[in-house]
Design a protein around this ligand. Structure first.
Ligand code: 5GP
Length: 198
């Protein structure tokens, strides 16, 4: 009695919002599993297969599409990216919580998924900087990107922020500790949601 099924916590937000740090920190505490996506993109030098992504060949990716192995997949910058059912479904069934760092397009696809298990597990959060100025400061503050790259990211971020109202929850980023406390509180509160308690 009072067992529950797991939560699928989708986290989106512009680059510089801090969403990846939040997801990684939550996974480090052991409170949620960080779902690893599959991609056909080549690994970057620091990336590890099975940790950052599952790096697949195009044929392998396509056969997984045919086999119905993905909850969603999308083509982004000429590469395919997708969320594998195997990263999510068993865990949710066992009552474990899964967190996903996903772009707005991917989140739309997960929301459109008609699997009742996914629908019941779904919680979506948009993380946003407090203002356009703050976003610019964060993108510039990384000091890793050229002016052009910053301008493109800025525009993409503003476009993404237009879609924040699609999400049930909005976290306006303040400082790292406050953001994480709120993020963790959302997970704890959602664990009390009766819709997932058997
Ligand atoms: P990157 O190649 O820089 O790691 O990621 C490129 C884009 O692919 C990012 O916008 C990222 O959010 C998106 N992406 C990563 N994993 C997935 C996924 O599983 N599904 C979808 N739809 N997009 C993803």
């Amino acid at each position: 009695m009072h067992e529950r099924s797991g939560i699928l916590l989708l986290v989106s937000g512009p680059s510089g919002s801090g969403k990846t740090t939040l997801c990684e920190r939550l996974a480090t505490t052991g409170e949620a599993y960080y779902a690893i996506s599959a991609t056909t993109r080549r690994p970057r030098p620091s990336e590890v297969d099975g940790e950052d992504y599952f790096f697949l060949g195009m044929d392998e990716f396509k056969s997984k599409i045919t086999d119905g192995d993905f909850i969603e997949y999308a083509e982004v910058h000429e590469n395919f990216y997708g969320t594998l059912k195997s990263e999510v479904v068993d865990k949710i069934n066992k009552g474990l919580d899964v967190v996903m760092d996903i772009d707005v397009q991917g989140a739309d696809l997960v929301r459109a998924c008609n699997d009742p298990l996914i629908q019941n597990a779904l919680v979506d959060l948009f993380v946003t900087p407090s203002s356009e100025e703050e976003l610019r400061n964060r993108l510039v503050g990384r000091q890793t990107d050229s002016e052009d790259v910053i301008a493109t990211r800025m525009q993409n971020s503003l476009d993404e922020m237009q879609q924040s109202s699609k999400y049930s929850y909005l976290l306006v980023s303040a400082d790292k500790e406050t953001d994480f406390a709120k993020f963790n509180a959302l997970l704890i509160a959602e664990r009390l949601n009766q819709s997932r308690i058997k």
